[in-house]
Each structure stands twice: as C-alpha cells, then as structure tokens.
Unconditional design. Structure first.
Length: 381
C-alpha cells in the first residue's frame, strides 16, 4: 500500500481561473469552513480568489491551505473550477482526479478535444452545465440558474448605468422626467431577475417570452407581457422549444415593430450548446431612438441576440444606440456570483462522496447526466 493510499482524507482543491476577464472563483472562504468541518482537506491555488476580493489569508483563516498550480494538481482528489480549465492545465490533471465545473460539456468536434483526451486518460469530468435543471434534488447544484440570476440582476444595473436618463419617474423643480421603458426578451431565470430589478429601479417594464406559459410569471412580478402570434412550448431542461425557420421570421417581424418603442432592451435567449437566435436585427437597432440601450446576455463566440453585439464590448452606433455584449456578467459581480457558485459546486461534491470516498454511481440520474464521456457522448440534451 502506498503512502497516498493510506490517506483517507479527500483533498478538494480550487483552481485559479485563467480565462480573460474571468474574476470568479469556485470556492469562497465561507464554504471552505464547511468543507473542513465535514472532514475534507481544502487546497486553494494561490491568488485564486483575488478577482472576487478573497485574499489568500481569508482562505487560510477558514482552514484551507494555499499552493502553486503544481501543488494543486499533485494533491487534489477533486478539482473545482468555474469554467473549463485550459487545455494545458487539463493535460496535467492526474488520472482518477474528479474535475467539477462549467466545462461546456455540450461542445462538439475540436472544441471538446481536450475534454475527450482527459476523459480517455481516466480523468472524471463532471460538467455542471449538463445538470438536469428540472430535477428537484438538483436545485442546490444548479449553477446555470444561480449564475443566470446574477446576470439578470447585473444586466439591469448595466443598462441603467449606460442609459443617460432616469429609470424612475422623477418630479423635480426643473420638471418631470418620464420613467424609462424597458423590454426584457426571455422570461427564464435571467429574464425574470432583470425584470424584477428594472422594476425596483422604477422603470416601466415589459417582458416577453415565446412560451405563452411565461405570461403568468412575468405579470406576477408586476410587469406587462408582450404578446405575439408566435408561441412555443417548453423544449425540455427548462428552455423553450427552438422555433422553426418560418416561426423565427414571423417572430422577428413582430418583435421589430415592438422593440423600437422601448428605451432599453435586455435580451436573454440562449440555446444550450447552440447558436443563440437573433431577436434584434441590424435594421431594428438602426431604427431605435438615439440614447437607447441594448444589453445582450447571449453575446458570445457563436453570436448573440442582438445583431452587431460583440462579447465584452460596448458599442455606440452612428445613430447613438448603445449595444452591450454582456455574455459573462457574473464575472463583473464576482464576489456574489462566486458565493452562489461555491454553494452549487459543493452541493454536487457532497452528493458524490460517501464514507470518505468518491462514488460516481452511473445509475444515479445526476451523475449520469453530468459525467462527460469520450467521443462526444451527449448528455442531458
């Protein structure tokens, strides 16, 4: 028996994020305290929490150790990350190590080559973005929902900052300013949070979703609901069914006319593993009033909901319309987002540990959904 096999304490380690602009961290000191109390040894890569305002001293005071990347990779039984580690880091992960994070498990082809290579070597990859969001026992692990909630809240704040007028109606000695009109496209977790936050800021808010069933959720938080002729049912996993090409054309025509009436539009429609639908065309952007603001939460490498949006950039069109590519807003609110994510990732961790051992039961519906296999095996589609 080797010295390592004699050790019964599981080592849980948090990696520093290396993606440009990513400030979140997979473990926060508050959660470290709980893991240590449960009998885990916790190791955090030095500087991992800096972007979220958690210094190394805070982790040490919570009971963790800090170390270099080499230390983390050599010691960890479980590696926790927010986003997929770089290919170079994944290539150094020991066989048998469990990696938990938002690993983009639906990626295909060359975009998942590093995942396939790691899985083929015996690295156990658990991708939280594959978690079945409709399972009641998975709710505490639902990182997509927790981060979408942060994104929706932040979207309203970003829009208010970019809008050069008041959100609420203001009555002053200099006159009365009308409230801003806000349209939120998509009434999922992010959309509902954006609606609620914009309302609390005093705007007149309207919500829209292709699912007619979303009307009740939107109106229940005090917003109006925009009705169009095109509707679609639930497509599974908490997402709307993808529209046919004809439906998408008709939807855009109806939305084009409506969008132009609003001061601010926040778009949240995403397709897991696919290209997001264009909800705001270039012609509509050009037709909006100067000073209007568009915040695109779907903006990313595969495009976005707003024509011309660029990920992580703010563009002002010749017509004076501000278009904000906001596909990773949780990274801008890293302290709060990290706290929520840390609870999600450790909920999954504790679900796969029993009697001091990691047990990945293929019969467990959560494990079966999130465990990445080689050769592009699809999960939780």
């Amino acid at each position: 028996m080797t010295a390592r096999e004699e050790v019964t304490v599981l080592v849980v380690a948090a990696l520093a994020e290396r993606a440009p602009g990513e400030r979140r961290v997979a473990l926060v000191p508050e959660v470290v305290e709980r893991l240590v109390a449960q009998g885990f040894e916790v190791l955090v890569e030095a500087g991992a929490g800096a972007g979220a305002r958690f210094g190394d001293d805070a982790y040490v005071n919570a009971g963790a150790k800090t170390g270099t990347l080499a230390d983390v990779l050599a010691s960890a039984d479980v590696l926790l990350a927010v986003r997929r580690p770089t290919s170079a880091v994944l290539a150094r992960v020991r066989a048998g190590t469990v990696v938990i994070g938002l690993l983009d498990g639906r990626a295909r082809g060359v975009e998942r080559a590093d995942l396939d290579e790691a899985a083929a070597r015996g690295v156990q990859l658990l991708s939280l973005d594959l978690l079945p969001r409709t399972l009641s026992r998975a709710q505490t692990m639902d990182a997509l929902s927790s981060q979408a909630s942060v994104a929706g809240y932040r979207a309203a704040i970003v829009a208010a900052e970019a809008f050069a007028r008041y959100f609420p109606m203001m009555i002053t000695a200099a006159g009365t300013a009308r409230p801003a009109t806000v349209l939120v496209l998509g009434a999922g977790v992010a959309g509902l949070q954006a609606i609620g936050t914009a309302r609390r800021l005093g705007a007149q808010v309207t919500g829209y979703d292709v699912r007619s069933s979303a009307r009740e959720e939107v109106t229940s938080i005090g917003a109006a609901f925009l009705t169009t002729k095109v509707t679609a049912g639930d497509g599974g996993g908490g997402y709307a069914r993808a529209l046919t090409e004809d439906e998408a054309v008709e939807q855009r025509a109806e939305l084009d006319a409506a969008i132009r009436r609003f001061d601010i539009v926040i778009t949240t429609a995403q397709v897991p593993g696919g290209k997001p639908p264009v909800l705001v065309t270039a012609e509509t952007v050009a037709a909006m009033a100067p000073g209007s603001v568009l915040v695109d939460l779907a903006s990313g490498p595969q495009g976005g909901n707003v024509a011309g949006s660029v990920p992580d950039e703010r563009i002002v069109t010749p017509g004076g319309v501000t278009v904000i590519g906001a596909g990773n807003l949780p990274a801008q609110m890293a302290t709060g987002a990290s706290a929520a994510y840390s609870r999600n990732v450790t909920a999954l961790l504790t679900a796969i540990v029993a009697d001091g051992e990691i047990k990945l039961d293929p019969a467990d519906e959560i494990v079966a959904a999130v465990l990445i296999q080689t050769e592009g095996a699809a999960r939780a589609e």
